[in-house]
Design a binder for this molecule. Structure first.
Ligand code: ATP
Length: 335
């Protein structure tokens, strides 16, 4: 069993007065053997949550647990591994692929044959990520982006992790290569029984791999549940907006002459140093006080996440987004 659990995790950067809370009270579970997708726009705190799980960012409050115990961050056993977005900067250009992967293999007692063992282990790891073992002698400069990302994955697997956190690992790749890397991930996790937190700003990619999905906005997880529910019946207006942003030829575009569309489009992006009070999305929300003055509570009251699949919105059950229904005064009130 390998379950990664974030319990009420907050991460604050900088000084108490002038810093910024990049993650606030995040609760998230990556169950054994499952892929959980974490989505949200740039700056929402996804990478910070990932870095906190491996000790690269300090947890200010809350706990991160692996099977109920704090994640080991020191020593040779590193059961949670992070794979970064950029395969160009995550590999040392002066080291061969084999040396890079070999370096990540935990040290064992220095016994005769250990060098050979290590070489065999590097070959096994390259095989796992479907690369030719001869590439061990190559330098990263000779590899394509997709090959580098496979090497980065092999490095993570060298530690025999129980959980892998993949942070935007396909974002820098050509679309044609993204699919093969995603298929490889699927296969590996099934074969090795590894759990995964898969971070992406791209809902279409997350939809492809994840069994459940958490949505982050401005440091908070605003919706969380089984992938089919979150994608098929999104409750939080931010999730709906993310979904609407995924190109869908069968869907009519928003009407730019709609006053609600204009009000939301004209809204200033929120400042993470001074996040909005109440619901953090209220300054951009298409069903909030921006277009519905009677929903002033969104400005002051923090919504709880007690809806069907955990959406932090006072009006989560008001199914139609204002953007698509036009005149806000004719909308059904659910308050
Ligand atoms: N080391 C740091 N010091 C101060 N602020 C930081 C640091 N790292 C990130 N931030 C800030 O924390 C917030 C969350 O950033 P984070 O990188 O976690 O978001 P993200 O959702 O992963 O975005 P992206 O997809 O662009 O990486 C942002 O406002 C960012 O500017």
């Amino acid at each position: 069993m390998s379950e990664l659990r974030f319990e009420d995790v907050s991460v604050h950067y900088g000084s108490r007065r002038h810093g910024l809370t990049a993650v606030q009270n995040a609760n998230l579970t990556v169950p054994d053997g499952q892929i959980v997708g974490l989505v949200g726009e740039s700056g929402s705190g996804k990478s910070t949550l990932a870095r906190a799980a491996v000790g690269l960012a300090s947890v200010t409050t809350g706990r991160i647990l692996l099977d109920g115990a704090p994640v080991p961050l020191r020593g040779s056993r590193r059961p949670v591994q992070l794979v970064f977005q950029d395969p160009y900067s995550s590999l040392d250009p002066r080291m061969t692929v084999g040396a890079s992967i070999g370096e990540a293999i935990p040290r064992r007692a220095p016994v005769a044959g250990a060098v050979l063992d290590r070489r065999a282990e590097v070959a096994r790891l390259l095989g796992l990520v479907e690369l030719d073992p001869d590439l061990a002698r190559a330098f990263p400069g000779r590899l394509s982006g997709g090959q580098r990302q496979r090497v980065a994955l092999a490095r993570a697997l060298a530690a025999r992790p129980e959980v892998v956190i993949a942070d935007e690992i396909t974002s820098a790749l050509d679309v044609s290569i993204q699919g093969t890397v995603l298929n490889l991930l699927h296969k590996l996790l099934r074969e090795l029984g590894i759990s995964m937190l898969f971070i992406s700003h791209n809902l279409a990619v997350v939809r492809y791999v994840a069994t459940s999905i958490a949505v982050m906005y401005l440091g908070q997880i605003v919706e969380n549940g089984p992938a089919d529910d979150v994608l098929g019946d999104p409750q939080h207006p931010y999730t709906r907006d993310l979904l609407a942003a995924v190109p869908d030829p069968g869907h009519p575009p928003d009407r730019p002459d709609d006053p609600a569309v204009r009000a939301v489009a004209d809204a200033e992006p929120a400042d993470p140093h001074r996040p909005p009070t109440g619901c953090r999305y209220h300054t951009r929300c298409p069903i909030g006080p921006l277009v519905r003055p009677d929903r002033a509570r969104c400005r002051t009251e923090v919504p709880t996440t007690d809806h069907r699949h955990h959406a932090a919105c006072h009006y989560a059950s008001s199914a139609e987004p204002a953007l698509l229904t036009g005149d806000p005064t004719t909308q059904r009130s659910t308050s």
